[in-house]
Design a protein around this ligand. Structure first.
Ligand SMILES: Nc1ncnc2c1ncn2[C@@H]1O[C@H](COP(=O)(O)OP(=O)(O)OP(=O)(O)O)[C@@H](O)[C@H]1O
Ligand SMILES: [Mg+2]
Length: 363
């Protein structure tokens, strides 16, 4: 639906409608993100808006994360916050399961705004970005995409696997990356959506240069140039130990020996060095390690590992299983990880102190 121009001499020229940002949500203050080195909020920290979740309509409110288990590492939180502050789209690159999507969700948690995850991939279509017409009775109606709807409201939009989408999709989505902060819906009636000043877009992608993501096309120069790139690596052991202990506690995995958590941390390091030197084309992010540790509650070690990795060619799988044999998993059954958490003043330090002992056992 085009509106006739108001200008008397252009009476017949049809102008596209401009859709202004919506007035939803009430900002109550700011959230401060500290620089990674200082740990306290200093002059170089950044401030992002903080909203009152109750001020959103229910359809938005249910998308505001109520809690977040994300643990920052390598200054990622600060890097992302700075990009958002500057109006840039951060693009997080990293292997599967290292917390990229989790970090985007965490930003929404900090600001208490709706989190919208738009997964892109080989099968994505342009309509996923813009919207589509739907036949309703005898008329067709335009159904707005989630991305387009969210664009004019406070929120975090996480465009997941940006680089996996077909070129036609990237083409319509490209303006989302621009400073112009507009999205034109050509397929609708050319209307122009203006972005809400507190709508933040975050993109993620798996590195096309890693062999396990063969098939992904490199990002076009045009897209790459618009984004602010952040590389997300394997988390440090101390971070991962904390993530694992938190998970064990929240799921009450009371049968997992603390010792096997140590072995798990070490085994994943071995897997990663094989991945990094190109000899193993699998992925070994924190997600798979958490999954493995959770399975130890129910299965013996080898079976737990099969559940995580028995999906690949037999050569890779036997390499994975070989990594297991480097560790003496049954050395201690006690304490369990939950006992360690309950009894120790600093369970993470305690857990990590066992790693040196574990090293003696590698055979
Ligand atoms: N830093 C972290 N803090 C807390 N949990 C984490 C962290 N990193 C990873 N995890 C855990 O690992 C899971 C996977 O993380 P996430 O889905 O964000 O990975 P991803 O990098 O987006 O992977 P993919 O490329 O497959 O989409 C999360 O659900 C979370 O439980
Ligand atoms: Mg993800």
């Amino acid at each position: 639906m085009l509106r006739k121009s108001e200008h008397p001499e252009q009476r017949e020229v049809l102008e596209p409608i401009v859709v202004h940002p919506e007035k939803v949500g009430k900002q109550t203050g700011v959230v401060k993100v500290a620089t990674p080195d200082a740990f306290t909020y200093g002059p170089k920290g950044v401030e992002l808006p903080k909203y009152d979740p109750e001020s959103f309509p229910e359809s938005d409110r249910v998308k505001i994360p109520k809690e977040s288990t994300f643990i920052d590492h390598d200054g990622l939180l600060y890097s992302v916050a700075v990009d958002l502050k500057r109006g840039k789209v951060p693009m997080m690159w990293g292997p599967s399961g290292v917390g990229k999507t989790q970090l985007a969700r965490h930003m929404a948690f900090l600001m208490q705004v709706p989190f919208e995850r738009i997964p892109l991939g080989e099968t994505s279509e342009r309509e996923d970005v813009t919207g589509h017409y739907e036949l309703k009775g005898s008329t067709t109606e335009w159904v707005q995409s989630r991305l387009a709807r969210s664009f004019g409201r406070p929120g975090v939009i996480c465009i997941d696997e940006w680089n996996a989408a077909p070129p036609a999709v990237l083409h319509v989505a490209r303006p989302v990356l621009d400073d112009s902060a507009q999205l034109a819906l050509d397929a609708y009636d050319g209307r122009i959506l203006l972005k809400h000043e507190h709508n933040f877009v975050i993109a993620t992608g798996n590195p096309d240069w890693m062999p396990q993501y063969a098939g992904l096309l490199p990002l076009s120069e045009a897209d790459a140039d618009r984004l602010s790139h952040i590389s997300v690596g394997w988390p440090e052991t101390v971070i991962e130990a904390e993530i694992l202990l938190n998970h064990i506690k929240s799921r009450d995995l009371d049968r997992v020996p603390a010792w096997q958590v140590v072995c798990g941390l070490m085994a994943w390091q071995d897997l990663r060095s094989n991945i990094d030197d190109g000899s193993l084309g699998i992925t070994a992010g924190t997600r798979s390690l958490m999954n493995f540790v959770e399975l130890l509650q129910y299965h013996p070690v080898r079976e737990a590992m099969s559940k995580v990795y028995e999906r690949m060619d037999s050569q890779s799988f036997s390499k994975v299983m070989h990594v297991l044999d480097h560790h003496n998993w049954d050395k201690y059954q006690n304490p369990t990880a939950t006992d360690l958490i309950a009894e120790s003043e600093d369970p993470i330090v305690e857990l990590l102190s066992r790693i040196s002992e574990e090293g003696d056992d590698v055979g």
